[in-house]
Design a protein around this ligand. Structure first.
Ligand code: HMG
Ligand code: MG
Length: 298
């Protein structure tokens, strides 16, 4: 009994592009977001209101928000690591933000320069302000299936951070395999443990594809009753604080998996492939989606 409906959270414009070293124009970012909404994505993570010293590529997020065509029914979200980021997001009329914590202490320090406990405290005023302004907050937990610095991570540690985020008011908690080293077995065990503390319909899977396991991990998650997945068109990305990690699972590959299972996502695969191919040409980068490459070679 797999879910009949799956929602994809498209993170390409944020998780994908944040790792690109070359300058990308606001116009190209806007075009990507608009192409994605036109392809039927109902949720697009557009950018981040973080320190430009930490992630220079996201510095233009306000401009991108100002220029996108907001399609009714589509959620356009942004990352906010602190109250300052939240306020900047509000100024850009962002209707949903995401806070991000980690399951490992070392990654928390490298990514947001504070401990896990400090990060959770820092999110409380964001939650309060968000409530006041009617902004929904999503939570991320990184390194749920391993950390580039601390190695193995216990599912109980993931459950602790996920539970805290859910308790403080995150309507959904996305569990991130930041280094993309997870396997299907580890994925099932992790959801089994976290699912005791947070309802499964409030959990999402966020898989990077470093070891080529992301589609298998999504299938394993579906078997665990998870029905929301983060993905990145053309498999864009990596993580600036996880050396060697590749991009997120390609959205095209996830849609192909879902189509084959008869699961509805509302996404037009051909339009999605065209959106991915366009941004790859802009970036002069090979398309990271196996499905896109195969379809384009026909
Ligand atoms: P810090 O250095 O401890 O903070 O960084 P600070 O308060 O001392 O500020 C440092 C500087 O940043 C100051 O500027 C602040 O004004 C400025 P200066 O005085 O030096 O000129 N600053 C800001 N500027 C713009 N917007 C803001 C902001 N806040 C401070 N909101 C901080 C702490 C959290 C700010 C920093 O570590 C940071 O920005 N980190 C973000 C890292 C990031 O974006 N990582 C990638 C996203 S997470 C991810 O990819 C994982 C995920 O995909 C899931 C998965 O795969 O696992 C979600
Ligand atoms: Mg990520």
């Amino acid at each position: 009994n797999l879910p009949q409906l799956v929602r994809l959270v498209e993170v390409g414009p944020r998780d994908g592009l944040q790792n690109e070293k070359q300058p990308i124009s606001v116009a190209d970012k806007v075009r990507l977001v608009d192409d994605l909404s036109a392809a039927g994505l109902s949720y697009v993570e557009v950018g981040s209101f973080v320190s430009p010293k930490w992630v220079p590529q996201m510095a233009g997020s306000a401009e991108v928000f100002a220029q996108i065509q907001r399609k009714p029914g589509v959620t356009y979200a942004a990352l906010a690591p602190n109250l300052r980021g939240f306020e900047a997001a509000l100024e850009s009329q962002v209707e949903e933000v995401a806070v991000f914590a980690a399951a490992s202490e070392a990654f928390s320090q490298k990514n947001i320069n504070c401990s896990i406990a400090e990060s959770l405290e820092r999110f409380v005023p964001i939650m309060d302000a968000a409530k006041q302004h009617g902004v929904r907050v999503r939570g991320y937990v990184s390194c749920v299936l391993g950390c580039p610095y601390d190695g193995d991570i216990a599912p109980e540690q993931v459950a602790y951070v996920a539970r805290e985020l859910y308790a403080m008011g995150c309507y959904e908690v996305s569990l991130g395999d930041t280094i993309g080293a997870g396997s299907a077995g580890a994925t099932r065990r992790m959801f089994e443990v976290v699912g005791r503390d947070v309802p499964r319909e409030r959990l999402a899977g966020h898989f990077h594809d470093t070891y080529g396991q992301a589609v298998a991990n999504i299938y394993a998650s579906l078997l665990e009753g998870i029905s929301v997945f983060d993905s990145s068109v053309a498999g864009l990305g990596g993580c600036p604080y996880a050396k060697g990690a590749t991009g997120n699972v390609a959205s095209e590959d996830v849609v192909y998996l879902l189509n084959g299972l008869g699961i509805t996502s509302g996404i037009d695969l051909d339009k999605l492939i065209a959106a991915g191919q366009r941004i790859c040409q802009v970036l002069d980068r090979a398309n990271g989606s196996r499905v896109a490459r195969a379809q384009l070679a026909k």
